[in-house]
Write a protein that binds this ligand. Sequence first.
Ligand code: ZN
Length: 429
Amino acid sequence: MRLGTGDRRLRAETSGQDEVRRANVSTVLRLVHFGGAKTRSEIVAATGLNRSTVGALTAELVRLGLIRERHGEVVGKGRPSNVVEPVSHAVYVLAFDITAAEVAAARVGLGGYLLQVRRRLHQGPLHDVAGVVAHLAMLVREMRAKAAPGSICLGVVVSVPASVRQPDGFVRRSPSLGWYETPLVELLAAALNHELPVAAGNDGDLGAIAEYLRGAARGSRDVLYVRGQDGIGGGVIVDGELLKGAGGYAGELGHIVVRPQGHHCVCGARGCWEAEIGDAAIIRAFGRNPHESDIEDVLADVATGSRRALSGVRKTGEVVGLGLATLMNIFNPDTVVLGGSFGSLFPTMEPTLHAAVARALGPIREQATLVRSELGSDAQLIGAAEVAFADVLDHPVRTIEALLPSLRPGDASQADAVGSTGEAIRASS
Ligand SMILES: [Zn+2]
């Protein structure tokens, strides 16, 4: 998938009127999807297109029901510039984030709006894949029922803490879920009677995408994202593209070895970063038993400022920083985003973290900013949604007309279908 928030290259590189028009419609839709409401004047300035072209492009997107226009306020002299904004409920994605603890589900609308979010503890044993799939299918039906009449579901995307083969979303291994060689996408698609496209992705990759497009790494080009939880989820953006690797498994940052004789890791090796500083190790660093305490207890300890808590913060920051220094040397990121438990502990462990990260090479260290995740536990949901928005952003006309044949120009049933069945998206009016 392409992650760029603009479509800058296309106007220069492609030929043919249709392709230029497709690229321009796509560019305008991306601007408001990622940047929110814009005046026509701002779109003119951002795209370099002339005013009448922008008017024709926004009219096309209004026809498709994807954006709406309203009169802007008069600022200074001259006519007010119309404001263009995405119609959040015109098209939506159902996004899931499965962790060892819970299932988070969201209906995410155009513009990246979280229209509905629900978090539920697993209702049965996690290793019972059929049971988890049935739960997801039920949530899909519930959330679709709550969607605005006539809005279009673009698909279902599931985030899992797993090695996920791409492009088919087959789960190869997930020690924290206990899933191995699991055809998650196939099972969920079947449970939904193949009515919706289904995809799956690694939680670290989707978190990286979300923070890059909409969170703490907006405007960056080279991003390292790490999410501390049971294990460590990670994702890497290199020059604006998600690093995938040969099979889609790149970014398993939790399995770099930071202490060769250290704790046994679920992967079979010893001293992996996630074995040394996953949630269980953090809880131990705070002098607690991982079977009896969780990260919330650790955060409560931090709030007390006790000596034991300060020691826990220091130990955690050192090991997190040790891994980060190695990864920074490899990827030379401009932004390092810490999510999950690392994000929760970030404010208190920041000084230790900076001291530990000083192990990275000077020129690399100077270029990298360490930041806390902005999207928190919503990151995976938002990243998952962007995967399914890609088609409509790249090919707005083709994608919407395929989903709503009544909108095709020259379709005799157009007026009637829009007027009577409510199937067409007219939310903009
Ligand atoms: Zn490992």
